[in-house]
Write a protein that binds this ligand. Structure first.
Ligand code: SAM
Ligand code: SF4
Ligand code: F3S
Length: 469
């Protein structure tokens, strides 16, 4: 039977969903699926679609892999440790497959788009049943259909470039929603695997985005995160040509909600984008602007296409209009041949911009990228020591920065309870600051006005103004 199945000629996804659903309905109990997403928020957004397709096929969900009849991993390839985690997980799951040969094990996401990884899975983890290439959420039902029709290994590592519209979606939250607006990347930063595993940039139709955002706001969502590897290179149509225009159009939708977006490439962070950010009332007052390095020579070798002077000009533009505007960044420590002077230039830019938060990573060599060919005499010990220095500096800056919020009333979107402080609620301010205050879990999912009474390096604490004596 399996020989007769041609993966390029599978029935349409809707037909496969119907068939698999009918097939599963014959089981004595509802089969459960375990879905785990590694990596970035774009992967998490893809996983919400995978969850939607699983639900449409009739699967229930479980947090326990041992209770599942289908296990699906959505993988990340951005750094070696991300891949190692996936391989470790695949190794540990073998026992479940041995105990229950009917268990269906699927792998999708960015790792599968690399031929070498696919080969490793084929050789070292032959018990993986289904492999689906990155950006191919809509292939899940079809590949499952092929497997259920006797194809022992249903493998398709193609990176798909069509934009998934109308795919059933099960969202993780009832008040924060991720909305991808573009997929892929054309920038080819020399250290980065993403353009190779996610393909070229493609933008969603602006009307589709607006309809989705309108629907989410009508459903009571309080925070919409617009996502793309490089959101500000979004290209729309004649009426809504670019990202600043899209932001202004979304901002016109009435309602009580915040809009955030990630990530912006500094080369495309135009004055028009920053003006939209400052002028639109629904836009959160925070910009994540990954600088990666403070050394012009390293930025050139990273192919980032901006200089530190150009980056600082953008920071000055926004801070001239709002001196306290919140900026966060990504930084890579130990790019090949990073000298002590290069690293000190990174410390210097961090001191100048005074970020509220940063995500810093030790450079990880990615096979297939340009930087993988570069000489790298810097030792791992030196890289770790530099990372320690960078983190210490950032902690110092955060402690100082956070003092500016004490005494202010901040609007906070409540998102959880404080694990260490029973009876306290946590949330994020418009500036994306973590805020904790005494409150009831019933507040989760709503806005609260909190007067900040104390600041720490990683969080602010306060009291709701309605609770003030
Ligand atoms: N498109 C986004 C941008 O350019 O800001 C970043 C997307 S990437 C998934 C997130 C972060 O991972 C990057 O900003 C970079 O700091 C880090 N990163 C990417 N490749 C890396 C590598 N090979 N080693 C270490 N960090 C890396
Ligand atoms: Fe990677 Fe650079 Fe694209 Fe970001 S902009 S995804 S770092 S290649
Ligand atoms: Fe990882 Fe792919 Fe995102 S490589 S960071 S999951 S785009």
């Amino acid at each position: 039977m399996s020989d007769a199945i041609d993966l390029n000629r599978l029935p349409p996804a809707e037909e496969c969903i119907r068939d698999v659903r009918a097939w599963l309905a014959e089981r004595p109990a509802q089969p459960l699926a375990y879905l785990h997403s590694f990596g970035c928020q774009l992967n998490a957004a893809d996983s919400e679609k995978l969850a939607g397709i699983l639900a449409a096929m009739g699967y229930g969900r479980t947090d326990d892999p041992a209770a599942a009849s289908l296990i699906l991993y959505n993988t990340c390839a951005v750094r070696e440790n991300a891949e190692d985690r996936v391989f470790g997980t695949l190794g540990s799951i073998k026992r479940l497959k041995t105990d229950n040969p009917a268990l269906i094990l699927c792998v999708t996401g960015c790792m599968t788009a690399q031929e070498s990884v696919a080969e490793k899975i084929r050789k070292s983890y032959p018990y993986v049943d289904i492999v689906i290439g990155s950006s191919a959420v809509q292939r899940l039902a079809q590949m499952l259909w092929a497997h259920m029709h006797g194809m022992r290994h249903a493998w398709d590592i193609e990176t798909y470039t069509d934009i998934p519209e109308g795919v059933p979606t099960v969202r993780d939250s009832t008040f924060k929603a991720a909305v991808p607006i573009m997929y892929g990347c054309n920038n080819f930063c020399t250290y980065c695997i993403v353009p190779y595993v996610r393909g070229r940039e493609r933008s969603r139709d602006p009307q589709q985005i607006l309809d989705e955002v309108r629907g989410l706001i009508a459903d009571g969502y309080k925070e919409i995160m617009l996502l793309g590897q490089n959101v500000n290179s979004y290209r729309g149509n004649a009426e809504i040509p670019d990202f600043p225009a899209l932001l202004r159009e979304i901002d016109r939708i009435p309602g009580d909600y915040w809009i955030r977006f990630m990530s912006s490439h500094p080369k495309d962070a135009s004055p028009a984008l920053m003006d939209a950010l400052l002028e639109c009332s629904h836009l959160a007052r925070h910009l994540h602007l990954p600088v990666q390095s403070g050394s012009d020579e390293i930025l050139r070798r990273m192919n980032r296409r901006y200089t530190t002077a150009q980056y600082l000009e953008k920071v000055a533009y926004i801070r001239a209009k709002d001196p306290h505007f919140s900026l966060t960044t990504d930084l890579i420590v130990g790019f090949p041949d990073e000298s002590e002077a290069d690293f000190e230039a990174t410390l210097d830019i961090v001191r100048r911009v005074r970020y509220d938060n940063m995500y810093s990573f030790i450079y990880s060599r990615r096979t297939g990228t340009k930087a993988a060919q570069m000489e790298d005499p810097v030792t791992d010990a030196e890289k770790s020591a530099r990372m320690g220095r960078l983190l210490a500096l950032q902690r110092e800056i955060a402690v100082e920065n956070n003092k500016r919020f004490v005494g202010r009333v901040m609007r906070v979107l409540c998102d959880g309870t404080a694990k260490k402080h029973p009876g306290h609620v946590t949330g994020r301010s418009s500036e994306n600051m973590l805020v904790e205050f005494p409150g009831d879990a019933a507040l989760i999912g709503s806005f609260a006005d909190v007067r900040i009474t104390e600041s720490h390096s990683g969080a602010l604490t306060g009291i709701r103004i309605t609770d003030e004596g």
